[in-house]
Design a protein around this ligand. Structure first.
Ligand SMILES: Cc1cc2nc3c(=O)[nH]c(=O)nc-3n(C[C@H](O)[C@H](O)[C@H](O)COP(=O)(O)OP(=O)(O)OC[C@H]3O[C@@H](n4cnc5c(N)ncnc54)[C@H](O)[C@@H]3O)c2cc1C
Length: 406
């Protein structure tokens, strides 16, 4: 049964949101201003993070996306939309609550499709915050990028009871700090059933990190790495879903993972707005405060409107997922909309802060470099638009039709 669209919050979610906001303001934001709290890759130092994670666990603000039986908060997607956005108001917030990429998507996938053994072996330690994880799909040229099903070159071949993996991957977020990995490899040439997903541990032989790729922005812990597989052996119990279900596993993971990116990016956009608002309220030009100039008001108004549109598209897609709809087109629209908004809002906020916006005296500069990846990760904007165009050409006017309640 489809419930009516209603984005008013249940009192318990509103209460949770307020508790997260308070936690972020008291535990995370005070850490941001001190350069000593950052590692060499411009992220929070692991030992500082471990302190705020313990604190978050103690007050029960931990793993909002994971069922309670594994130690999470068991929230619906719409509930997560509220909480993730609030957490990402601080650049350290999602990590503090254990809802940052890539662990977020990896945990969600394992909790949805893992066997009991796989949940115990691979999921539970990530939920507990004992280990980090990586999702290993993208390959350097001529391998898989925007078109994983058609272009995947990494192979898994059966030898006795084991699968033997060979090939190259790159841009694998967090690989330098991860213990648990899920890798997508080709097991046949079937167009839909040609890929499979395998779980492995950092300490298994037969693979290595050949390079940590230097990037434009601040890095997730463990960076973005290039990996070589020279005969990694995986047993049958560590195949996630069935052989041939790799593309399905990827789609199950990437749908919600794209949307939780959107939730966090909205939180970051809201923070950028507050930084700019504080500046334009105080700073004067031509005899009046910047906020009194109509040109400045248009910039702030447009940014506020874009964030609101982003919230609506994200919440709508989350609501659809909660109705057991795959929300394919809604997630693609949200991903494009929010990635564009994040980039344009931060750019506007830098402009409004004048020279200070270009400095490292505010977080805007960090955010600006971080935000650029949003238009690339988990599918480039153009690829999502291609998907939307295909759906439109198939559905025609039905593309925009509201569902009827039953
Ligand atoms: C910061 C960061 C973190 C990442 N983390 C991970 C990770 O943890 N694990 C992982 O497996 N991968 C990861 N990736 C890889 C990411 O998923 C890919 O970059 C993305 O899917 C695009 O693939 P590509 O880079 O090979 O681009 P390509 O496929 O080479 O495409 C290049 C460009 O061509 C255009 N293009 C491509 N196809 C079309 C089309 N059909 N129509 C119109 N234009 C098109 C787009 O503009 C696209 O940006 C990460 C990437 C970045 C930047």
């Amino acid at each position: 049964m489809i419930s009516a669209v209603d984005f008013t919050l249940k009192p318990e979610i509103a209460d949770l949101r307020d508790r997260v906001a308070e936690f972020i303001r008291s535990e995370c934001i005070p850490l941001e201003a001190n350069p000593d709290n950052y590692d060499e890759h411009e992220n929070i130092r692991p030992e500082i993070l471990s302190g705020i994670r313990k604190q978050a666990q103690k007050v029960g603000l931990w793993a909002p996306q994971i069922p309670k039986e594994f130690g999470g908060m068991g929230l619906s997607m719409t509930g997560q939309a509220v909480i993730y956005e609030e957490a990402a108001y601080s650049i350290f917030g999602a990590l503090a609550l254990n809802c940052a990429a890539p662990d977020d998507g990896n945990m969600r996938l394992l909790s949805m499709v893992g066997t009991d053994y796989q949940k115990k072996r691979w999921l539970q330690p990530i939920v507990d915050g004992a280990v980090n994880s990586s999702f290993v799909m993208t390959e350097p040229h001529p391998g898989a990028g925007s078109d994983p099903a058609g272009m995947m070159l990494t192979k898994a071949e059966k030898s006795g009871k084991k699968w033997i993996i060979t090939g190259k991957k790159w841009f694998i977020t967090g690989a330098g700090a991860a213990q648990h990995f899920m890798v997508i490899a080709r097991t046949s040439d079937d167009a839909r059933k040609g890929l499979s997903c395998f779980l492995f541990d950092k300490d298994q032989p037969g693979w290595r990190i050949s390079r940590r790729i230097p990037i434009m922005g601040p890095e997730e812990h463990g960076g973005h790495c290039e990996l070589e597989f020279s005969g990694l052996e995986v047993s049958e119990e560590d195949v996630l879903m069935a052989i041939g279900d790799g593309l399905k596993a990827t789609q199950i993971r990437l749908g919600p993972a794209r949307l939780t990116h959107c939730m966090r990016w909205i939180g970051m956009s809201r923070r950028a707005m507050d930084i700019a608002a504080e500046y334009v309220r105080e700073r004067k030009s031509f005899g009046t405060s910047l906020s009194e100039h109509e040109g400045v008001q248009w910039m702030l108004g447009e940014a506020a409107m874009n964030i609101h549109v982003s919230k609506l598209t994200t919440m709508y897609a989350a609501w659809k997922l909660d109705q057991n709809d795959k929300a394919r087109k809604e997630i693609s629209m949200a991903k494009v909309q929010v990635a564009e908004t994040l980039n344009s809002v931060i750019d506007t906020c830098i402009q409004l802060c004048g020279a200070k916006g270009y400095s490292k005296d505010t977080l805007l500069e960090w955010m600006y470099r971080y935000a650029r990846q949003a238009k690339l990760v988990d599918g480039a904007s153009e690829v999502h638009k291609m998907v939307l165009s295909k759906i439109y050409m198939n559905e025609g006017q039905d593309f925009w039709k509201w569902k009827i309640q039953n």
